[in-house]
Write a protein that binds this ligand. Structure first.
Ligand SMILES: [Zn+2]
Length: 463
């Protein structure tokens, strides 16, 4: 059925399909992957045998050894650890309380944002000032904010295309700096979570040049409690937070290949690290499993591709992107040989849309991909897609990007939280992802024409 569909579509578009031999391989890959439990196995062992693997931690070093062993066992070639320097930040005691009267208080479940400074040993006790947006916060004066705790109370909507997170991300990234500039004592942000539970999600923040203040996320239930107290009148909170920034450490990230007939490279990326508070099943054991399993399937069920397919398990996506930068430095002399990059970093939900950033000359390639992905109902997506954050350095060097978009409807229930456990993985979705990535990687690695290069994209607008 699927080749009938692809051939029909191709005929309608007045174009020729990729070589028939390549189609037979795609068919075989898709059939084999549909029956293969390997991606579930791989994601599960990373979560259960390694668990939290924050950049710079012992858990991360364990993850590197895990990856070297698993990718070798999967039959991939040139499996190696490449150098990267990682920051080291650790959290300690975290306590947030709503002062109810005198010495009485109610606990508010909170988690420090990554890189947050702590309080002093006495902690902070201050009145709360509530805003609903970054714009509202920016309109407040130093007099209104100084010495108080800013509470950003914005609830993230559930979306399939992750646009809710796109809306909320600037609050977490820039809220602490905006509050710090205005003299706030600390900042509490309603967690960027779509789950109405007591598990707050952490994530990175960017202080920039602003005075650094303790920055924490409140669980949705804790934020509800604080919002209710504010509706009833004023609210005071106590915050005690210990965090430490330690020296940078030498570490590694993991690279493996399906060797091609040429040294041109199709890159499949995912990140090996997770936040410290989470076992990181959907973020990003899922992505590690997707790209590794796709390469393994090509190694196992296809013949030698024309171009080399390279899997990169990046070191530190979550806390500064040092892995992506190190990759670009290590491979500076071969960046020009990267013909395409794609990344998996939006969980295990099925791919429903194919975003791209391709030169015009690759239009037939784009259509051939969509035709080959027709069995999965993959929709045509934006043509100016930025792809994932780890492949941003490549994209900015003009490397074309494919961005298969996972269904993110449930992803932000658990993203960056203790609740991102194996039971949350979408097993059928994982297999579908592997099929999509393997199909796209195979076609890209064997496309008869050059895919071409692009000028760097316009910088993303500042929020
Ligand atoms: Zn991620």
């Amino acid at each position: 059925m699927k080749f009938m569909g692809a051939a029909l579509l191709a005929a309608m578009l007045g174009m020729s399909l990729p070589a028939a031999a390549a189609d037979a391989v795609v068919d075989r890959l898709q059939q084999k992957i549909a029956q293969d439990p390997y991606p579930e196995y791989l994601a599960t062992t990373l979560v259960n045998e390694v668990g939290p693997r924050f950049a710079g931690s012992d858990g991360y070093e364990h993850a590197v050894l895990w990856a070297l062993q698993k990718l070798s066992a999967a039959g991939l070639k040139n499996v190696r650890a490449e150098p990267v320097i990682l920051p080291r930040w650790v959290r300690g005691e975290t306590r947030v309380e709503l002062v109810t009267s005198g010495v009485d208080s109610l606990p508010l479940t909170a988690v420090a944002l990554g890189g947050s400074v702590g309080t002093d040993e006495y902690g902070v006790e201050a009145d709360v000032i509530r805003v609903e947006s970054l714009e509202q916060l920016r309109q407040l004066s130093v007099v209104q904010v100084r010495g108080r705790v800013v509470f950003i109370d914005w609830r993230m909507p559930r979306t399939r295309d992750a646009s809710g997170y796109g809306q909320g991300y600037p609050l977490r990234a820039f809220g602490p700096a905006e509050a710090g500039k205005r003299g706030a004592a600390a900042i509490l942000i309603r967690t960027l979570s779509t789950a109405n539970d007591d598990a707050p999600h952490t994530g990175g923040t960017l202080y920039g040049d602003a005075p650094k203040i303790p920055a924490l996320a409140l669980s949705n239930l804790a934020a509800d409690r604080l919002a209710a107290a504010l509706r009833a009148g004023a609210a005071t909170v106590r915050i005690k937070l210990h965090t430490h920034e330690l020296g940078a450490v030498y570490s590694s990230q993991v690279v493996a290949e399906v060797p091609g007939q040429t040294s041109d490279i199709v890159l499949l990326g995912a990140h090996l690290d997770s936040w410290d508070v989470t076992p990181g099943a959907d973020d990003d054991a899922a992505g590690v499993a997707i790209v590794s399993s796709a390469a393994r399937a090509i190694m196992k069920y296809a013949k030698k591709p024309k171009r080399t397919i390279r899997v990169v398990l990046y070191a530190n996506e979550e806390f500064g992107g040092s892995g992506a930068k190190a990759y670009a430095e290590t491979h500076a002399d071969e960046l020009g040989r990267h013909v395409l990059a794609m990344e998996a970093d939006l969980g295990s939900g099925p791919v429903w849309r194919l975003g791209t950033r391709l030169p015009l000359q690759a239009e037939y390639f784009r259509r051939a991909l969509l035709a080959a992905l027709a069995p999965y109902g993959t929709e045509d997506g934006p043509r100016d897609d930025r792809g994932g954050s780890d492949i941003g350095v490549l994209r900015d060097a003009g490397v074309p990007v494919l961005a298969p978009l996972q269904d993110a409807t449930r992803y932000f229930d658990v993203h960056h939280a203790t609740t991102d456990t194996v039971d949350h993985l979408d097993r059928a979705g994982l297999r579908q992802n592997v099929a999509v990535y393997a199909t796209a990687a195979w076609i890209a690695a064997n496309w008869a024409e050059p895919i071409g290069r692009l000028p760097p994209p316009e910088p993303a607008p500042a929020p």
